[in-house]
Design a protein around this ligand. Structure first.
Ligand code: ZN
Length: 663
């Protein structure tokens, strides 16, 4: 499973800021259509040992070698179209020709989507340059299949959808992707039904194969493996994995890599299970990675994995933060402002693993998840557990990029709040998430006899509010500075301001005009903000919404007072939870969480629209370069953050493109 940054989350993440600015790195790289390309940096790479750096480097080469596989999986014409457009792009003499510039835009979009269909909606997008111009420009580079390619590119009726999910249609015949050739949906389903493994430790039949009807009408599997389908790319993946296994951090990690090499060579699904089990048990290594056929969203039947890779390593500072919180869980429980009757005598915090991504590839690139939870095989999760990680440097990159986009300047009251956000925002945002996840959900207890389903349809909203309030109450506690988690007693104000602004105002940009709030996290945030506003002091409000030049802003007058309000609401919400008070839960949700102020909503949408922000984001990767001595021995791996979007894709197409055009 992936936790993706969808359109909905994008707005949320725009409301953050960075703990430090690094002016040498340009985080906003490119923007076209509804897409924006950002850059992420890899903090602490320099703190890795030489062996770990080499491991990251070899694994990142193994990651980039799979790029063509995903293009071909997404549509059989993708590689041909990409290569043709790149040839024109590189060689076309008049770089200012308006038709050429339209082709450039199209090609940028192809790179972003790993093909000719939108990465998110799966709808085909069309080039804006004229068909006639394109045919002329393409002639030097393409002979026999030009007519077909032009039709696939320009005709909206041909292959309109990469993955069709519309019930009632033949999902294979109406999907443009390349997981099946020549089969109807019912033929494929019958084949899977006959070959499915129903044992206790089942093989994931179909994970790494295309189903094809051959010339005699027989259905055969073409397995993704060395010597099989996608061999040229997988050979190179294996080449780099072999280098990686020689610098593995420990025997367990070496076993993981060895099993993956074997699986790429043989395609044997038993080996894949061994690999997945070894991987989920590798918890001590600093460096970790995903490489291979993993997520099944692309296959309309949800069986075959699309190729992806992400190399990462543990973010020690962030992981230390969650460990410190977990170690002190009892102190937080004992000191919370809730009734002692609702507290746990023995509370255990949860320590989460936080990572930094070092390279993104395949289905994780350029658009990437902000969290990963693997493996996907349920029986392995049940028997051996799963790894769930949050990817901190990617979230930070969204925050840093948001600094330049004008969002905070537009919606925050003054420079003071913008500065607060810039100085502390990313840190306090992460810190609040840690408190929410590591302590908030685990705190408190139900009274004897109270069912955990007592709050029914309001349970998620109340539970999220409880965890959020626990975090909000404690982020302002001197204990956070004492534990070394926050630098000073100003920092929490960044989170307080952001939460109030977001909960009462800016999160509305994710709601369609005229609609109410439905999603539990959004309801919880509005519940907290509106309750606090309603209970602020009438004469000297701790916090209020003010109007200036026809625009509305959040103003916090008294931060310690705001903390007291959060504490009061936490006590109420904990009581509702502990006693299973459905009526009060319903009353809180209906009064504060659901209804949208139409005028304010309209204003938020208008102001947001004027900022002209792209709803979808993706990334360019850093570049890793080995430094060698006179004998050719690697003495260091250098990382740089200067490569542009176009440069990067042209380089990848030149250096990491081993597959034939049609596979
Ligand atoms: Zn939660």
């Amino acid at each position: 499973m992936k936790h993706s940054l969808t359109l909905a989350c994008a707005a949320l993440l725009l409301i953050g800021c960075a703990k430090q600015t690094q002016p040498t790195i340009n985080y906003n790289v490119d923007k076209f259509y509804d897409l924006e390309v950002l850059r992420y940096d890899v903090p602490d790479f320099d703190q890795l040992t030489l062996q770990q750096k080499k491991l990251v480097y070899y694994l990142s080469e193994a990651a980039l070698q799979g790029r063509d596989i995903l293009y071909d999986q997404n549509c059989r014409y993708n590689l041909a179209i990409r290569r043709l457009c790149e040839s024109i792009y590189i060689n076309y003499p008049d770089r200012q020709d308006p038709q050429f510039l339209l082709l450039e835009k199209y090609l940028k979009r192809v790179w972003f989507s790993n093909g000719i269909h939108h990465h998110y909606s799966a709808d085909k997008f069309l080039p804006e340059c004229s068909r006639e111009w394109f045919v002329e420009a393409a002639k030097p580079y393409c002979s026999d299949d030009l007519d077909t390619l032009v039709t696939v590119m320009f005709d909206p009726a041909v292959m309109p959808k990469r993955t069709n999910q519309a019930a009632g249609e033949d999902l294979l015949l109406t999907s443009a992707n390349n997981y099946y050739q020549g089969l109807t949906q019912s033929e494929a389903e019958a084949w899977y039904a006959a070959h499915r493994d129903d044992s206790d430790e089942p093989l994931w039949v179909g994970l790494n194969a295309r189903l094809v009807k051959d010339a005699d009408g027989r259905i055969v599997e073409r397995t993704y493996r060395v010597g099989g389908l996608y061999s040229a790319a997988l050979e190179r993946v294996v080449y780099w994995l072999e280098k990686a296994r020689d610098v593995a951090e420990n025997d367990r990690q070496r076993l993981v890599i060895d099993r993956l090499i074997d699986f790429n060579r043989t395609g044997d699904l038993r080996t894949f299970n061994e690999y997945a089990i070894a991987w989920v048990q590798d918890l001590d290594s600093r460096v970790d990675f995903v490489n291979g056929f993993t997520e099944t969203y692309g296959d309309p039947l949800g069986i075959t994995g699309s190729w992806e890779s992400m190399v990462n390593f543990k973010n020690l500072e962030a992981t230390r933060r969650t460990t410190v919180l977990a170690d002190n869980a009892q102190w937080f429980e004992d000191n919370s402002p809730t009734d002692p009757a609702y507290k746990k005598e023995q509370v255990r915090g949860v320590s989460a693993k936080v990572i930094n991504a070092a390279i993104l590839a395949g289905d994780c690139y350029p658009s990437t998840p902000i969290g990963i939870n693997l493996p996907n095989a349920n029986w392995i999760r049940r028997e051996y557990g799963s790894k769930s990680v949050t990817i901190q440097n990617i979230t930070d990159a969204y925050d840093k990029a948001a600094q330049g986009n004008g969002f905070n300047e537009e919606f925050m009251l003054s420079d003071a709040e913008v500065r607060l956000a810039r100085t502390y925002g990313a840190l306090t945002d992460n810190c609040h998430t840690d408190l929410h996840e590591c302590l908030g959900h685990g705190s408190g207890k139900l009274l004897p006899g109270v069912s955990k389903d007592a709050l029914r349809e309001h349970a998620s909203t109340i539970e999220e509010a409880r965890a959020d309030l626990f975090g909000l109450y404690y982020i302002a506690d001197p204990k956070m500075v004492e534990l070394g988690i926050l630098p000073d007693d100003e920092a929490y104000k960044a989170e307080y301001y952001r939460q109030m602004m977001n909960g009462a105002m800016t999160q509305l940009v994710r709601i369609e005009p005229g609609k109410d709030i439905e999603e539990a996290h959004m309801r919880n945030r509005q519940l907290i903000a509106h309750w606090v506003l309603a209970h602020a002091d009438a004469d000297r409000p701790e916090v209020e919404i003010i109007e200036r030049d026809g625009k509305h802003y959040m103003r916090v007058n008294d931060y310690p007072g705001l903390r007291r309000l959060y504490g009061r609401l936490l006590a109420i919400i904990q009581q509702v939870t502990s006693t299973g008070d459905y009526d009060q839960a319903k009353d809180l949700v209906e009064t504060y969480a659901v209804r949208v102020n139409q005028d304010l909503h309209r204003e938020m949408l208008e102001r947001y629209q004027r900022l002209n922000l792209a709803p979808y984001k993706g990334f360019v990767n850093p570049v890793y370069t080995p430094v060698t001595d006179a004998d050719g021995t690697i003495t260091d791996i250098r990382v740089s953050y200067t490569e542009g979007y176009v440069e990067q894709h042209l380089r990848y197409s030149r250096d990491y493109s081993p597959l034939p055009t049609y596979n």
